[in-house]
Write a protein that binds this ligand. Sequence first.
Ligand code: BEZ
Ligand code: FE
Length: 286
Amino acid sequence: MEKSLGNDSVTQDAIRSFKTASDPRLAEVMGLLAKHLHAFVAESKLTKEEWLHGLKFLTAAADITTEERNEFSLLSDIMGISSMVDVVTQPAGATPSSVLGPFHNHDSQVRPNGSDLTQGQPGERVWFHGRVLDVHGQPVANAQIDFWQNADNGLYPAQDPAQDPHNLRCKINCDAQGGFNLLTICPHPYTVPTDGPVGALLAASNRNIWRPAHFHMIVSAPGYVGLVTELFPSGSDYIDNDTVFGVRPGLIVDIKPSQDAEVAKRFGLPTPFNEVQFDFCLVKQA
Ligand code: BEZ
Ligand code: FE
């Protein structure tokens, strides 16, 4: 690469340095990253102390990161980067996606459609049901819902040794009409982990550390683009101020009273009981 002088040429040289990448997408993404990071340094007139502070922050994030706890993922979440990736990759017509968060487990067990996940634990019961449909409103064959949420104390099993590791999570294979249903409890607002450098950054910025109450799910089906998303009961605290920017208008659900006698009998619920109904929409893989 030719040596060049002057500030602008540092940026141009850094962008050009990636053009040798054998993967053209790597050249494009790294060139753009260099361009925008250089513009940030120039516009903010970043001092050496600030730059060193930033490096120390990233080192502290690396130090606290383990297989179970990824501080960089949390940094991406609280910077709104995870949500921006959701926005720019959103397939037209599909249910909006939202952040995965750190509490998804790959080893959730498949439980029968119509399972009761509550197992005598405290919490307000809610019957969650709906269908998995395509963009034409037709049932999607062989759809599966991978579901997880926090318990009545606001904690996920990974944060609470008193909980069964499989508490309030499972996979459900939908029926031939794309239908699924399960009994669970109302989720609760929750704070993101604050014991690392990201927590210190949120505190120094006087930022909210809470997420509104939410159900998590991954909806998948052969031949369709998988969907990682969340549903947010309307009226939850922090619904207008999610610290990871995961709330989308299309993901807010009402918890409504239901008089369905068959469901009440099946789960031993008094009527009326709470229900959340939501149909997910998947788009076909290209
Ligand atoms: C959560 O929903 O559990 C979560 C999402 C992003 C960051 C931290 C927690
Ligand atoms: Fe969560």
